[in-house]
Design a protein around this ligand. Structure first.
Ligand code: NDP
Length: 320
């Protein structure tokens, strides 16, 4: 089978298409023929070695496809079933072995293409607004990178909770997209904390969902109300430098958390609940997903260049 391999951490050029033997599913595992791969920002962190994994490796941790073979003891899945998964490394390939415990059945009415576009970022947006900082009606939420993959879904789910959403994005085109997804305000990054204060009559936002990291972190703290929460869930601009917790005291008894999707899908019950909620909202027409680009698997490097170059909107897919 064909797969993308990384032999040394580095730039997009390290993503090389290679021929590998077809893997065999072990006990409790399932071999899936991958129809679509979801590209996520985390794939670039792993490629660069920011989140290290043993070399060489096949990147990617989201996909959707059809069960080819079920390993010993797997009763829940059979050949031909349509399935999706996230947080299992090795998706940039024609086939992937996935533990049955991490597979999610794709409901009728959702294509494998849409499932690969929705699952990881949709579940992320879901846990952020439902569990990390459960938004209440009329609360004010700041969503950075509002035209991005997670950003567009997060705006929609935050609006569905009745919140006022202030998005940020780097270009007017991206800000227009954030508004089209429901953001009440869409701002450039420059001076956003001050703008949030003005919009909220000096009070500040209840929560900032910050996946940008280094470039926005400090101002995100400045944009919060007394005892507001900064949910730092990513670092597309680079990792945040170590900082003194006393800053949280000075800025108003703030809360800071750094969550990851796997903390909110650790049990099979929670995984199926979140995936089910995302698919249900999509099927009911209450959640739209914007596929902003699709590349052949062999052009994974191009997808990474576009993502890191801030040239993309919405979700990127690879097609094996
Ligand atoms: P996006 O589609 O949002 O792409 C990243 C965006 O970040 C860019 O389009 C860009 O938007 C913005 N950005 C700001 N500064 C920079 C910079 N210096 N370099 C590059 N991009 C920059 O990606 P994803 O939707 O895949 O992920 C968004 C964030 O969410 C990432 O940090 C990711 O790691 C995180 N994430 C975290 C999860 C978790 O559970 N913790 C799960 C899933 C994603 P603009 O041009 O508008 O600034």
């Amino acid at each position: 089978m064909k797969a993308i391999r990384v032999h040394a951490y580095g730039g997009p050029e390290t993503l090389r298409l290679e021929e590998l033997p077809l893997p065999e599913p072990g006990p409790g595992e399932v071999l899936v023929r991958v129809e679509y791969v979801g590209v996520n920002y985390i794939d670039t962190y792993r490629r660069r070695g920011l989140y290290p994994v043993a070399l060489p490796f096949t990147p990617g941790e989201e996909g959707a496809g059809v069960v080819e073979k079920a390993g010993e003891g797997v009763l829940a899945f059979q050949p031909g079933d349509r399935v999706a998964w996230s947080n299992v490394l090795g998706s940039y390939a024609e086939y992937q072995v996935v533990p049955a415990s991490r597979l999610v059945p794709i409901p009728e009415g959702v294509s494998t293409r849409l499932a690969a576009a929705l699952l990881l970022q949709g579940m992320t947006a879901h846990y952020l607004v439902e569990a990390t900082y459960p938004l209440k009606p009329k609360e004010v939420a700041v969503v950075h990178a509002g035209a991005g993959g997670v950003g567009q879904l997060l705006i929609q789910l935050a609006k569905a909770k009745g919140a006022t959403v202030i998005a940020t994005a780097s270009t007017e085109e991206k800000r227009a997209l954030a508004r089209a997804r429901g953001a009440d305000f869409a701002l450039p990054y420059e001076g956003f904390a001050q703008a949030v204060r003005e919009i909220t009559d000096g009070v500040g936002a209840d929560v900032v969902y910050d996946g940008v990291g280094q470039a926005t972190f400090e101002e995100s703290l400045d944009a919060l109300r007394l005892r507001g929460m900064l949910v730092l869930f990513g670092q597309s601009s680079g990792p945040v430098s170590p900082f003194d917790p006393q800053v949280l005291n000075h800025k108003g008894g703030l809360f800071l958390t750094r969550p990851s999707l796997h903390h909110y899908t650790a049990s099979r019950r929670e995984l199926l609940h979140r995936a089910g909620e995302v698919f249900r909202r999509f099927l009911e027409g209450r959640l739209s997903v914007h596929i902003g680009g699709e590349f052949p698997l062999s052009e994974a490097a191009e997808a990474h260049r576009a993502l890191e170059g801030r040239k993309t909107v919405g979700k990127l897919l690879l097609k094996p």
